[in-house]
Ligand binder design. Structure first.
Ligand code: DX5
Ligand code: ZN
Length: 222
């Protein structure tokens, strides 16, 4: 069964409690938490103090996506703040293997994110060490962007690599995901769907989460 991870970047920061209550009561599986530093990506979001507050409000695991340079400097701090999954960018890690081991040593699950232009094959020699691969389906930095369709065949390619190696990594898709493309992504092999705007900007966020969760089930009764 696939997982749904609402991206809190699209939540209402003037009333986070309300949106966290909604997600806690929903069928969502994880909270996706985007950390942006204004260097790796052209935008700044928030830091570990806010993650700590989110951890207190969240009744589901925090999936922390580090869009920052030198992420190895902050792994333990994000783990202490409550991260269950820590994902670093391939493009930001010259010593990726070491950084992955560091995340695992912290007790978190280890993920690697790939920008849209980075081929899945760069993970060939590290795939078996990963708990998660996050395929960016937009250029990271902002919520509400248009889904890059090439991510669908890329998902299929990565899924094949995982099967061939008998690896356990989950495939997460991040950016522009919603009801319009979720089925294609799941069919291609996605395990975790991140959805920011599609959830929080919808008329009934909790129902949108249920619908995303129900895709692939035989019937979904409204
Ligand atoms: C993009 C972030 C995404 C973003 C997704 O840089 O990594 O997690 O919040 O937002 P939507 O679903 O609105 O594209
Ligand atoms: Zn993200």
């Amino acid at each position: 069964m696939h997982l749904i991870a609402p991206s809190v970047l699209a939540a209402d920061f003037s009333n986070l409690q309300k949106d966290f209550d909604m997600v806690n009561q929903s069928e969502a599986d994880w909270y996706h938490v985007d950390i942006m530093d204004g260097r790796f990506v052209p935008n700044i979001s928030f830091g570990m103090n806010i993650v700590k507050i989110m951890k207190q409000m969240a009744q589901k695991p925090l999936d922390v996506h580090l869009m920052i340079v030198e992420p190895e400097k902050y792994i333990e701090q994000f783990r202490d703040a409550g991260a269950e999954v820590i994902t670093v960018h391939y493009e930001a890690c010259p010593h990726l293997h070491r950084t992955i081991q560091q995340i695992k040593a912290s007790g978190a699950k280890a993920g690697v994110a790939l920008n849209p232009h980075t081929p899945a094959t760069v993970l060939e020699n590290i795939l078996e060490d990963l708990d998660l691969v996050c395929l960016m389906s937009v250029n990271p930095g902002f919520g509400g962007q248009k889904f890059i369709y090439q991510t669908v065949p890329k998902t299929r390619q990565l899924k094949d690599m995982i099967i061939v190696k008998n690896a356990k990594a989950k495939i997460e898709i991040d950016g522009g995901v919603g009801l319009q493309n979720a089925e294609a992504l799941l069919k291609a092999g996605a395990d975790v769907l991140v959805a920011g705007s599609a959830v929080f900007k919808s008329e009934n966020p909790q129902d949108t989460i249920s619908r995303l969760k129900a895709i692939g089930k035989e019937t979904y009764l409204v």
